[in-house]
Write a protein that binds this ligand. Structure first.
Ligand SMILES: *[C@@H]1O[C@H](CO)[C@@H](O)[C@H](O)[C@H]1NC(C)=O
Ligand SMILES: *[C@@H]1O[C@H](CO)[C@@H](O)[C@H](O)[C@H]1NC(C)=O
Ligand SMILES: *[C@@H]1O[C@H](CO)[C@@H](O)[C@H](O)[C@H]1NC(C)=O
Ligand SMILES: *[C@@H]1O[C@H](CO)[C@@H](O)[C@H](O)[C@H]1NC(C)=O
Ligand SMILES: *[C@@H]1O[C@H](CO)[C@@H](O)[C@H](O)[C@H]1NC(C)=O
Length: 451
C-alpha cells in the first residue's frame, strides 16, 4: 500500500500482554498439553495467545523460529470472531487444515491445491447466511461492497506480459538473476516508471556496495490493473502496449486498478512468478513512489546467502518494516477502513510501508498457501495472513524507512547510503537522490546500514 500513516508506529508497541501466559515457552508447552486433551480448552486459550508472534521483532539471523518452532499460531483454532464475514469464511477453510483435527497435514504440509480451491468456493455458500455483513450489506461504503461482491474471483486474464521471460533484463545474463524488482504502479504513472528505470530499477549486472565482485543480475517488472477510462478521460492501453514492447517490463491484468484490488496483484504475480521466474533468488516488491538503495540491497542479500544457516532460512525469508499487532482502521472515512462486520481481531505481523524483500522460494509457498486464504482488501495485511498460515514470520529491519528519515538523519551526507528503502519520493526526487548517491559514493563507501 502506498501510504499508511494510520498504522501508526504506536501500533507496534500495542502488542497485548498476555494475562495467562506471562512467558512464552511455558505457554506453548501448556497449549500443546491441552491440545491433546481437547479443542474445548483451546477455545479458552485463544485470547491468551492472540498476538504472541507480534511482540517479537526479530533481528535478521537471530531467534528465528525458536519461539514458534513447535506450534502453529492461532489461525486454526476455533475463532472467537466468527461473526465477522471474512473471519467466518476463513474459519470454514482453516478448520480443514487444523493440525489437531487433521494431524496428517502437520507432516505432509498443505499442498493440496484442489482441496484448497474447492473449499474456498464452498465457504461462500456456507457463510452467506451466518454473518451480519450480509444483513447490513447495503449500508457499507461502496468500495467494501465492491470488494465483497468480487471476493470469489481471482483469475483475471493477462492483458500485457513480458515475452515469455521473467521481466526485463534477461539479455546478457551469465547466471540466474539474484533479484527481481516488482513494482506496483498504474497506467497513468509513466513518470514514476521512467524514473525508476533510470535510477534504482536499472537491470542487468548491478554491483554491490563492496565493488563488482559482490554484485548480481537484476530484473524488473511493473504490475498493473486497468484504470477507469472515464476517470482518466483517455485510453492509455495502446501506449502501455508500446511501453511493454519497448521495455519488456509490463505485466498487466484485466481488473480495475483500485486500492482494494491491490491484493489481486500479489496473487496474480505469485502465479506468474512460479511459471516464469525459475531460479530468481529474491524479490523486492514495492510501490512506485519509493527510493530503493539497490547496490546496498544486493550486498545485504549476498550476505544473507552466505550465512551458514541460509539453506534453512531461505524458504521463510522476508524482511521489511514489520508492523505487529495493528488494529484494523474503524474510521469509515479512511482509505483503510475495514468494518468490524467484515473483519474482527488484530492483524497478523506484516511488512508494510512501501516495500518488502522476500525469497523466490517463499514466493512459491505464498502462491500455494494463498489458494486457501480468502482475499483481503489490504494487500500487505493479506501477505501477512498468508505468512501466518505458513508459520513464517517477516523480519524487521530498521533500514526500511516507511516514515522518511528521522529529523536528525535527514541532512547527513551519507543518509541514503545507510538505508535500503525510503518512502516516499517523487520521480524528480528519485533522480536527484540517485545522482547525489553517485556523487557521494567515495565519501560514504564505509557507512553501514541503519540499526
Ligand atoms: C561487504 O562489506 C561489509 C562491510 O565492509 C561486510 O560485512 C560484508 O561481508 C561484505 N559482503 C560481501 C558480500 O562481500
Ligand atoms: C476489482 O476489479 C474487478 C474487476 O474489474 C471489479 O469488478 C471490482 O469492482 C474491483 N474491486 C474493487 C474493490 O475495486
Ligand atoms: C460513518 O460513520 C458516521 C458516524 O458513526 C455515520 O454517521 C455515517 O453515516 C457513516 N458513513 C458511512 C458511509 O457509513
Ligand atoms: C450481529 O448481529 C447480532 C444480532 O443483530 C448482534 O447481537 C451482534 O452484536 C452483531 N455483531 C456484530 C459484529 O455486529
Ligand atoms: C569512513 O571514512 C571516513 C574518511 O574516509 C572516516 O572519517 C570515518 O570515520 C569512516 N567511518 C567509519 C564508520 O569507518
Amino acid at each position: 500500500m502506498s501510504s499508511q500513516s494510520q498504522f501508526s508506529p504506536q501500533a507496534r508497541s500495542a502488542a497485548p500482554h498476555s494475562l495467562f501466559c506471562p512467558s512464552i515457552s511455558p505457554c506453548i508447552f501448556v497449549v500443546v498439553l491441552f491440545a491433546s486433551v481437547g479443542l474445548f480448552v483451546c477455545m479458552s486459550m485463544d485470547l491468551a495467545n492472540d498476538g504472541l508472534e507480534k511482540t517479537n521483532f526479530i533481528a535478521p539471523g537471530t531467534l528465528r523460529h525458536k519461539i514458534h518452532a513447535s506450534l502453529p499460531t492461532t489461525f486454526w483454532k476455533l475463532n472467537p470472531h466468527g461473526e465477522a464475514y471474512w473471519n467466518q469464511l476463513q474459519l470454514l477453510i482453516d478448520r480443514n487444515f487444523s493440525p489437531i483435527l487433521h494431524p496428517k497435514f502437520r507432516k505432509n504440509g498443505f499442498e493440496n491445491t484442489v482441496l484448497s480451491e474447492s473449499l474456498l468456493r464452498q465457504s461462500f455458500f456456507e457463510a452467506s447466511d451466518l454473518t451480519n455483513m450480509t444483513r447490513n450489506f447495503d449500508e457499507m461504503p461502496q468500495k467494501i461492497q465492491d470488494f465483497v461482491s468480487n471476493m470469489d474471483k481471482r483469475d483475471y486474464p493477462t492483458v500485457i506480459q513480458p515475452d515469455g521471460v521473467c521481466g526485463a533484463g534477461a539479455k546478457d545474463e551469465k547466471g540466474p538473476p539474484l533479484l527481481l524488482l516488482v513494482i506496483k504502479t498504474t497506467e497513468s504513472n509513466f513518470k514514476n516508471r521512467q524514473a525508476i528505470r533510470q535510477t534504482w530499477g536499472e537491470v542487468g549486472w548491478v554491483a554491490g556496495q563492496n565493488g563488482s565482485s559482490s554484485g548480481g543480475y537484476v530484473r524488473r517488472v511493473f504490475l498493473l490493473g486497468k484504470e477507469s477510462q472515464e476517470e482518466l478521460g483517455v485510453d492509455l492501453s495502446e501506449l502501455l502496449e508500446q511501453e511493454g514492447k519497448h521495455f519488456g517490463d509490463i505485466l498487466q491484468w484485466d481488473f480495475q486498478d483500485t486500492f482494494f484490488n491491490l491484493t489481486l496483484k500479489d496473487v496474480h504475480f505469485w502465479s506468474w512468478f512460479s511459471r516464469f521466474c525459475g531460479q530468481t533468488r529474491f524479490i523486492f516488491k514495492g510501490d512506485d513512489d519509493v527510493f530503493v538503495n539497490t547496490p546496498k540491497l544486493i550486498t545485504y542479500l549476498q550476505d544473507q546467502l552466505q550465512k551458514p544457516q541460509a539453506h534453512g532460512t531461505m524458504p521463510d525469508f522476508m524482511v521489511g518494516d514489520v508492523i505487529g499487532a495493528a488494529f484494523p482502521n474503524r474510521m469509515n472515512n479512511s482509505k483503510y477502513y475495514i468494518p468490524d462486520s467484515f473483519y474482527k481481531g488484530l492483524y497478523p505481523a506484516y511488512a508494510g510501508g512501501g516495500g518488502v524483500v522476500y525469497s523466490g522460494l517463499l514466493s512459491r509457498r505464498l502462491h500455494d498457501v494463498s489458494k486457501r486464504v480468502h482475499l483481503f482488501p489490504i494487500d500487505d495485511v493479506y501477505v501477512g495472513m498468508c505468512m501466518n498460515r505458513l508459520e513464517a514470520y517477516p523480519v524487521h529491519h530498521p533500514a526500511f524507512l516507511t516514515f522518511d528519515f528521522p529529523e536528525k538523519e535527514a541532512n547527513e551526507l551519507c543518509s541514503y547510503h545507510r538505508v535500503l528503502l525510503v518512502h516516499k519520493r517523487s520521480p524528480s526526487q528519485l533522480v536527484r537522490v540517485w545522482s547525489h548517491m553517485k556523487e557521494t559514493q567515495t565519501q560514504c563507501s564505509n557507512v553501514t546500514l541503519r540499526e
